[in-house]
Design a protein around this ligand. Structure first.
Ligand code: TYD
Length: 211
């Protein structure tokens, strides 16, 4: 792959979207991107038009038809398979840079640790849905469950966010385990937005120097 694939992970309210916005303003003028390469900002679930429908089914299912945990897992995997195949791999092959708000780590954390589905099964599914594509850098915005719930107090919850603090605590410790295992870059979301942004840009420069 000629391009660069960056992913942001973390529990809800950790500030991923804010950091992605900052980075997407900064990167094109940073002199780091090869000339002619474009920057694609995308997300899971919902990075493609099929994925947008899947996102709606996942987060706001019709009537009382909430998906079973296994169905939920397969819908996230279907969204990812489409996203990787239709958007991410073609972009990286062209030499473009891709930033994704969430990727397969979220499935391990939410469906694996949160829903307690079998981790081995999730990892097998991950290989299929991603075509074994691994992000170049994953940034994990670490925030406490208390802070996450506090920051989202005034917002309306989607189906996953409405699971409550015990579910979110399992997801949070899941992220912590996965981050260690996969050597993600941990950023303390308690730090100021600017400090976190600076750390992200420093890590990207460091990565590019070493590759
Ligand atoms: P996100 O788009 O980050 O939420 P928002 O835009 O509302 O901040 O993610 C939507 C929800 O989907 C979030 O609660 C996490 C959940 N999710 C999973 O449970 N598994 C997954 O594999 C992914 C990608 C997301």
């Amino acid at each position: 792959m000629k391009g660069l694939f960056l992913v942001f992970e973390g529990i809800d309210g950790c500030g991923k979207t804010t950091q992605i916005n900052h980075l997407s303003n900064w990167l094109p003028n940073s002199g780091l991107m090869p000339s002619g390469s474009k920057l694609l900002i995308t997300r899971e679930p919902g990075g493609t038009s099929l994925g947008t429908s899947l996102r709606h089914l996942l987060l706001h299912p019709p009537g009382d038809q909430s998906p079973e945990p296994l169905t939920e897992l397969l819908l996230y995997a279907a969204d990812r398979a489409q996203h990787v195949s239709q958007l991410i791999i073609p972009s990286l092959k062209k030499g473009d840079w891709v930033i994704s708000d969430r990727f397969s780590g979220s499935t391990l954390a939410y469906q694996g640790y949160g829903r307690k589905l079998n981790i081995k099964m999730i990892k097998q599914l991950e290989l299929i849905a991603t075509q074994e594509l691994v992000p170049d850098i994953t940034f994990w915005l670490d925030i406490s469950v208390k802070e996450s719930l506090g920051r989202r107090k005034l917002e309306s919850n989607d189906r996953i966010e409405a699971e409550g603090s015990q579910f979110l605590s399992r997801v949070s410790s899941g992220f912590s385990e996965i981050a260690k295992d996969r050597k993600w870059i941990r950023l303390s979301a308690d730090n100021s937005c600017n400090l976190v942004h600076k750390e992200i840009t420093r890590k990207i420069k460091e990565f590019l120097l070493n590759t």
